[in-house]
Design a protein around this ligand. Structure first.
Ligand code: ZN
Length: 336
């Protein structure tokens, strides 16, 4: 099932944030899917469960959560850190508040609704085996605050909420975004019920050099760093990592796939230029993960994560088209 409503798109420019995310990427993907299946409709946002302060506290620490609900200046500071809107000398960086049409209270509302969608889509995948939310994937958000364009970690919040409701015990997070899922790693480092795999650019993230003691250097359970020029090894190394996951952490109740399109060679965010997979390699990547989970009957729930510039929609669309075509073939065979 596809989860999407344009009302939940996070439009950077609305808040004066000048980051090259094509605002319409999810909408473009959805329109292409409607050509395949005309019955596809926007998800009714009134059905998205509210994410409460208690839900956030399943993952984030009290200081940070208090800032989100506290005076506007505290929320603003958390947003500035998260979206890297101030440079080291204290000046605005790719941020032009004069152009903002909405304030950050609106932004947090959208991001919490996206978190509700990640939760709902993952819950639905437990029944149907597959769901895709055209949004979410804030994998850099850590216990103490938002980072790397992700304010709260919708992935871990969704899983912990499902665990609290006794709908799942264990989960995998398979993160194929170009950047390491460092927030997810930090949040689940001492949680054996959630296993994390991240395949990403070897260098270039975390951005702050820092020291290895910094929380963003905490490794995922299985971590694969692809160095500049190693694109031809990408698929084999992903396959090996998945095999290792299935061997050492078998039978999870669900898997969330952090399906970033930013390893694509035509991605426009400068910090992703150390990994350049072709359109064809990107499709093979997604099919590899999809079939791996399907063969093992592990429910799979996808979130979009990073994907920047005019062509990122191609990656999501080609994969969802593949899923649609292969599942309609399967239902044809079974109805015979
Ligand atoms: Zn990314």
């Amino acid at each position: 099932m596809i989860f999407y409503n344009p009302a939940l798109d996070f439009r950077f420019l609305d808040y004066g944030i000048e980051i090259p995310v094509e605002d319409s990427r999810a909408q473009t993907v959805f329109s292409h899917l409607q050509k395949l299946d005309s019955s596809l409709e926007y998800f009714d946002t009134s059905l998205v469960p509210a994410i409460s302060k208690d839900d956030l506290l399943l993952v984030h620490n009290l200081d940070f959560v208090d800032h989100l609900y506290g005076p506007y200046s505290e929320l603003e500071r958390e947003m500035m850190t998260c979206f890297e809107l101030v440079d080291s000398s204290g000046n605005y960086h790719r941020y032009n508040p004069k152009n903002a049409k909405k304030d950050f209270s609106h932004a947090i509302d959208i991001l919490l609704k996206q978190t509700g969608m990640t939760y709902l889509a993952t819950k639905e995948s437990l029944k149907s085996g597959f769901s895709y939310f055209l949004g979410g994937g804030m994998h850099h958000a850590m216990s103490f605050g938002g980072r790397g364009f992700g304010l709260v970690n919708d992935i871990v919040i969704a899983l912990r909420k499902l665990q609290n409701e006794k709908l799942i015990k264990s989960a995998w997070v398979i993160d194929v975004d170009a950047h390491k899922g460092d927030g997810t790693a930090e949040l689940t480092a001492r949680d054996s019920s959630i296993t994390t795999l991240s395949i990403h650019m070897k260098e270039g993230w975390p951005l702050d050099s820092g020291t290895v003691r910094d929380p963003w250097f905490i490794p995922c359970d299985i971590e694969v760093g692809i160095d500049v020029g190693e694109e031809d090894q990408y698929l084999d190394r992903l396959q090996m990592a998945l095999n290792e996951m299935a061997l050492n952490y078998p039978h999870p109740d669900v898997a969330i796939v952090v399906n970033g399109a930013d390893p694509y060679e035509h991605d426009e965010l400068q910090s992703t230029d150390k990994l350049k997979l072709s359109l064809e390699q990107m499709l093979k990547r997604d099919i590899l993960v999809y079939e791996f989970l399907r063969e093992r009957k592990i429910p799979q729930s996808y979130v979009m994560a990073g994907g920047y510039g005019k062509r990122s929609w191609e990656i999501y669309t080609q994969f969802l088209k593949f899923v649609w075509e292969s599942s309609s073939k399967r239902s044809e065979v079974s109805s015979r």
